[in-house]
Design a protein around this ligand. Structure first.
Ligand SMILES: *[C@@H]1O[C@H](CO)[C@@H](O)[C@H](O)[C@H]1NC(C)=O
Ligand SMILES: *[C@@H]1O[C@H](CO)[C@@H](O)[C@H](O)[C@H]1NC(C)=O
Ligand SMILES: *[C@@H]1O[C@H](CO)[C@@H](O)[C@H](O)[C@H]1NC(C)=O
Ligand SMILES: *[C@@H]1O[C@H](CO)[C@@H](O)[C@H](O)[C@H]1NC(C)=O
Ligand SMILES: *[C@@H]1O[C@H](CO)[C@@H](O)[C@H](O)[C@H]1NC(C)=O
Length: 571
């Protein structure tokens, strides 16, 4: 550890650091910290039609384009036929998305639509349930169906498991007596199976995931790709992205093909904020039980359009001209780099994405300090340290790719985030990406917050409303800090990121305040450089809270690879 007294290790370029860093903190805020800083984005995965579906006992299963679909939005059906001569239970199962958590404490809502494509005199029971991979039934119930049902009919059932499963390798099944139903064909659509949800919302969110998100006090939710979730339950503000004529890895639409998508973007925005008396999409929202508009202040035009920068000039112009005319209160965010191409109308905001090495993050903690203060604001919409190898940021994973975030990556990101706080007069929001990742592991049920997540939580929950200028960290260095204060409570939040391999001593001078409490709270996230939280060891790195001595002047030793938040009351 380098400390004020360990002069003996001070050689050459290390000398400056050996004199403990002294940070003098101003009492007067240079700018307010926006309430939207720090949120997250969510990624969604899809599977191909029959993936995860399995026939039981020689059932014939096929996905058809239904001539009479359950809805225009769901044109396909699962067509199930019982072979002639069948005996025993015949049907199909679905393995869930990486399994199904069968918990005997829970009641599951199962539902689906069915219809017989051709009327028949059949009458019998469909059995619906949950079973283990070895075929042990954990929950089941049944419903009577009649061959005369040629119109789509919804079935809603409760499944109450008699036992919990030992792992998630379970499936949902639907079967029918093969002998009685031999030769019958039934179409199915819109299957749904829900355990209890956060705040008991129908079609709601997984309780453990939503609670973990809520715990970090997220301010906003970025949802590229048109995913509409309810975030009111967690108190988040949406940042919407509309599709702007280019899909990642694809080609751009020609300018004369954009009109229907501009209309779609208007409808999407009206669905969220429109007046039900004036707009059909807003009336649809009201009919779904939410007549009041949601809050929507930011709309992003496209996502990562720097990949198609040459066509973004006309796409941005056409989308934003039309949308701004209808929604002048909304700030539209561009997704190319601020310097290329030059866009018209001039973007009010840009979404900046960065996937880099831990080293890049601490070396770029001053990234925004040199940006002009001219009204343009920035959204750090995706950032994460994903590899220790600079050649491995894009393309095939090579040496250095991090399987899980490490204390090294989290402390590098923390250094960068102190810069976001310092520049929060122009950086209005930041979201770590991806916030939620599916761990390919048999223990995926476990929600395993990683150091990056704990880091966001620390920054999000300990956010003042004023940024207090202080002695600046050194550009490119591993040691960074930022200081904010809550004007209502007087709590001052000192965040220290040490992305280096040695402990660092810092003296804070808070002399400008009339009074500074003699004790404060320290929340410390630290661990070995390569330490991670994994499903097998989810609590390797957890923030630890303790009381520390503070005062108008106090010295703090920031451990190697650490993120510290010191909270002290100042008046
Ligand atoms: C099962 O449900 C109970 C009650 O909600 C919960 O405490 C427990 O964590 C659940 N178990 C699993 C493996 O999800
Ligand atoms: C789940 O069960 C299926 C069917 O028995 C088996 O093929 C598969 O290997 C199992 N998967 C795991 C992760 O145990
Ligand atoms: C399940 O059904 C009950 C009513 O029986 C309802 O209160 C609950 O919200 C439903 N849950 C989901 C996730 O749809
Ligand atoms: C503000 O300056 C940046 C360069 O730092 C430039 O890209 C942007 O267009 C400017 N904004 C306005 C409104 O002029
Ligand atoms: C899980 O991940 C491993 C390693 O990345 C991969 O080899 C394997 O195919 C994955 N399993 C599944 C079922 O996708």
């Amino acid at each position: 550890m380098k400390s004020y007294f360990s002069i003996s290790v001070c050689l050459g370029t290390l000398v400056a650091r050996c004199l403990a860093v002294t940070v003098t903190v101003s009492k007067t805020a240079s700018h307010s910290v926006p309430s939207t800083l720090y949120g997250q984005m969510f990624e969604v995965h899809t599977t191909a039609a029959l993936t995860a579906w399995h026939p039981i006992n020689n059932a014939k299963l096929v996905v058809i384009a239904d001539p009479n679909p359950v809805s225009n939005a769901l044109p396909n059906s699962l067509q199930f036929s019982v072979p002639s001569g069948a005996t025993g239970q015949v049907g199909f199962s679905n393995e869930g998305f990486w399994g199904i958590n069968v918990n005997s404490s829970w009641t599951y809502n199962a539902s689906f639509f069915f219809r017989f494509p051709t009327a028949s005199g059949f009458s019998g029971a469909l059995t619906v349930g949950l079973q283990t991979s070895s075929g042990k039934v954990l929950a089941q119930t049944s419903t009577q169906v009649h061959g005369s049902t040629t119109k789509w009919t919804q079935v809603n059932l409760k499944l109450r498991p008699t036992a919990s499963a030992s792992d998630v390798n379970n499936s949902f099944f639907v079967t029918i007596d093969g002998a009685a139903a031999a030769g019958q064909t039934i179409n199915f659509a819109l299957f749904s199976l829900f355990p209890p949800t956060f705040k008991n919302r129908p079609n709601g969110m997984r309780i453990d995931i939503a609670e973990t998100l809520a715990e970090m006090g997220p301010a906003f939710f970025r949802f590229p790709g048109g995913n509409n979730l309810f975030f009111e339950d967690v108190g988040m503000e949406p940042i919407m992205a509309v599709w702007a004529g280019y899909s990642l890895g694809g080609t751009s639409l020609a300018e004369n093909q954009l009109a229907p998508y501009i209309q779609q973007a208007k409808d999407q925005i009206n669905f969220v904020i429109g007046n039900p008396a004036e707009s059909a999409p807003a009336a649809l929202r009201a009919s779904l039980g939410h007549p009041e508009p949601f809050q929507l202040r930011f709309v992003e035009v496209g996502n990562e359009d720097f990949f198609a920068a040459n066509t973004y000039t006309y796409r941005w112009n056409d989308f934003v001209s039309a949308l701004q005319a209808e929604f002048p209160q909304i700030r539209f965010i561009a997704t190319t780099d601020a310097w290329d191409p030059i866009l018209s109308p001039v973007p009010q905001s840009y979404d900046v994405h960065v996937y880099q090495t831990p080293t890049w993050f601490f070396q770029n903690a001053f990234y925004y300090d040199d940006f002009q203060r001219n009204g343009t604001t920035y959204f750090e919409g995706e950032y994460a340290a994903i590899s220790t190898n600079a050649n491995d940021i894009f393309g095939t994973p090579a040496d250095g790719r991090l399987t899980f975030p490490t204390m090294q990556s989290a402390s590098g990101e923390a250094a960068f985030m102190t810069g976001l706080e310092r520049n929060s007069d122009i950086v209005f929001a930041a979201s770590y990406a991806p916030l939620l990742q599916h761990v390919n592991s048999t223990q995926w049920l476990l929600l395993c917050p990683d150091p990056g997540f704990d880091l966001i939580r620390l920054f999000s929950l300990n956010r003042g409303d004023q940024y207090l200028p202080s002695t600046l960290p050194t550009r490119g260095d591993t040691l960074h800090w930022s200081i904010t204060r809550s004007s209502s409570s007087g709590q001052t939040f000192i965040k220290v990121a040490n992305a280096g391999s040695s402990a660092e001593s810092i003296t804070f001078q808070l002399n400008q305040f009339g009074s500074v409490a003699s004790a404060g709270t320290l929340q410390l996230l630290t661990g070995a450089e390569t330490a991670s939280n994994t499903p097998d060891a989810p609590e390797t790195i957890v923030p630890k809270t303790s009381t520390i001595r503070t005062g108008k002047s106090f010295t703090y030793d920031a451990p190697a690879f650490s993120v510290s938040v010191i909270t002290v009351t100042t008046h």
